[in-house]
Design a binder for this molecule. Structure first.
Ligand code: AMP
Length: 220
């Protein structure tokens, strides 16, 4: 099958993580999620984790040079040689330029930027109700996906950056620094838009059929 070099764009809470996991299973691509990589670095107590954690807690972006170095190293791994799905990167024009330059250096180019569009009020409702079961890692939502009987809601924890004031800051950062990438990829005829207010299954179906078409076009 054709090589698919993809990025997922959209505000926090758009469902990029959920869609990313499913799509990478469908198409056999590595799911490279910068937020997950930074949280793992923070838990492991590495230098990178220490640098990143104060930005993450404040809902601010980790500096471009730090994140670009991390992602270019990850994309040099063997499993990304035939395609990848980036989730949470790029988030600034400088990051997008660095990605394009790295791909061009290896005779590659981005296949598409998949935008999952969700209005701010939906993001705030989704993220401020999100809770994690520390025992299993399972994610629930107080209103939309409450924990079953047997799981004590009081034992669930909220991600630091899912608190409402931080969510609002993350959204402001998204509008200021990441939203310009919509025009960036549209101008390069790489943008595909999806309505992220639909159910996860519907969003998945729409993205999946777009990717099947893109893969066929790449093969042609
Ligand atoms: P996420 O899980 O994608 O919402 O990312 C959580 C946090 O990690 C963000 O709020 C940022 O602080 C940081 N982060 C993740 N990806 C990037 C990126 N590409 N550039 C800068 N900071 C990032």
């Amino acid at each position: 099958m054709a090589e698919l070099d993809l990025i997922l764009l959209g505000p926090p809470g758009a469902g990029k993580g959920t869609q990313g996991s499913q799509l990478t299973a469908d198409f056999g691509l590595p799911h490279v999620a910068t937020g997950d990589m930074l949280r793992a670095a923070r838990e492991a107590g590495t230098e990178l984790g220490r640098i990143a954690s104060r930005y993450m807690e404040a809902g601010e972006l980790v500096p471009d040079d730090v994140i670009i170095a991390m992602i270019l190293e990850r994309l040099a791994d063997d499993d990304a040689a035939d395609g990848f799905l980036l989730d949470g990167f790029p988030r600034t024009t400088q990051q997008a330029d660095a990605l394009a330059a790295q791909l061009a250096e290896h005779g590659r180019r981005l296949t598409a930027a998949l935008l999952i569009d969700v209005p701010d009020e939906v993001v705030i409702r989704r993220l401020s109700g999100r809770r994690i079961d520390p025992a299993t890692g399972r994610i629930y939502h107080l209103d939309f996906d409450p924990p079953p009987r047997g799981v004590d809601p009081a034992a669930l924890v909220q991600r630091d950056d899912d608190r409402e004031d931080t969510v609002r800051r993350r959204l402001a950062v998204y509008h200021e620094q990441t939203e310009p990438l919509i025009a960036y990829y549209d101008e390069r005829a790489l943008l595909a838009r999806f309505d992220g207010t639909l159910s996860p299954e519907e969003v998945h179906g729409h993205i999946r059929s777009t990717l099947v078409t893109l893969a066929l076009e790449e093969d042609a």
